[in-house]
Ligand binder design. Sequence first.
Ligand code: ATR
Length: 276
Amino acid sequence: MMQFTVFGNPIEHSLSPRIHQLFAEQCGKQLDYSRSLTSKQRFAGAVASFFRAGGQGANVTVPFKEQAAELVTHLTPRAARAASVNTLIPLGQGQLAGDTTDGMGLLRDVERLVGAQGLPQRVVIIGAGGAARSVIEPFQEAGCEVYLSNRSAAKVTPLVQRFSALKVLPFEALGHSPSEEFNANFCLINATSASLAGHALPIDDGWFSAGVLTYDMMYGAQLTAFLQQAKRAGAGELADGLGMLVEQAALAFSLWHNGHVPETLPVLHQLRAELS
Ligand code: ATR
C-alpha cells in the first residue's frame, strides 16, 4: 500500500491522515497515512528513513517547515521564496523535492468564501513566520495588494526585499482605527501563532468591522481568540483555517497522485461535523 506521513511536533491532533483518507476514498485508492512525531535534531534522519523505506510522500507541519526547505535537494520556486516546505515528494536515488501548498490553499479557501464578489483589493496579513511568508506570493499573483504587519519589524525587512510589491503596515497601526485606504475592500488574515496560545492581538475593533472577511489560519472546535475578538467587534464574515488545511492537502494530494485534484467541499463539511 502507498505510504504517506506528516512530520510535526506536536502531531497527535493532526487532521491530515483523515483528510487524505477521505480524498483517497473519493477516487477508490487505498493508502496509509500516518503521523510522525519528531524533533529538530531527528527531523532529517526521520525523513530520510521514511523515504528509504518506500514512503511516497510526506507533509511537514509546525515547527519543521523551514528546516524542510533546507533539507530537500530540489525546491520549487514558490517554496524557495517562502523558505517554507509543507510537501515532500521523492524523486528517487535519495533526491527529494519540496513544495509549499499552504499559500495557494489559503487563496482557494478565501476565493470560495468571498464567492461572486471576488477577492478584495487589499489583504492584510498579520505575522511574518512561515505561515505568513507562504501566502504573500499567491495573493499578489491573484492581483491583491498585500500588506504585512508583524510585532517585530526585523522579520519584515527581508520579506520586503524578497517580495518587491509587498507593503508594510506597522504593527502599532493595528491598534488604531484603519486609515482611509482600508475601507470595506480588504481582508484581514491572522498568520501569527498567537491563537495557538489563546492570546488575543492588540487590534482596534475598526479593523474587524471594516473588512469583508476576517480569517484565522488556526482552527478548532471553538472560535479562536482572534475570531472571538473579531466577533465581539462586529466583524462581518469570519473563517478559521480548516478550509485552508483541506485545500493545501488537496494540492499536496495532486502532487503525489498524478495531478488528481480531489473535491474539497464535502471533506471540509465532514471535518467540520467531526470537530464539533
Ligand atoms: P509559523 O512558522 O507558524 O508562522 P513562527 O515562525 O514561529 O511560526 O512565527 C510566528 C509569528 O507569530 C511571528 O510573526 C510572531 O511575531 P514575532 O515575529 O514578533 O515573534 C507572531 N506572534 C506570535 N505570538 C504573537 C503575539 N502574542 N502577538 C503578536 N504576534 C505574535
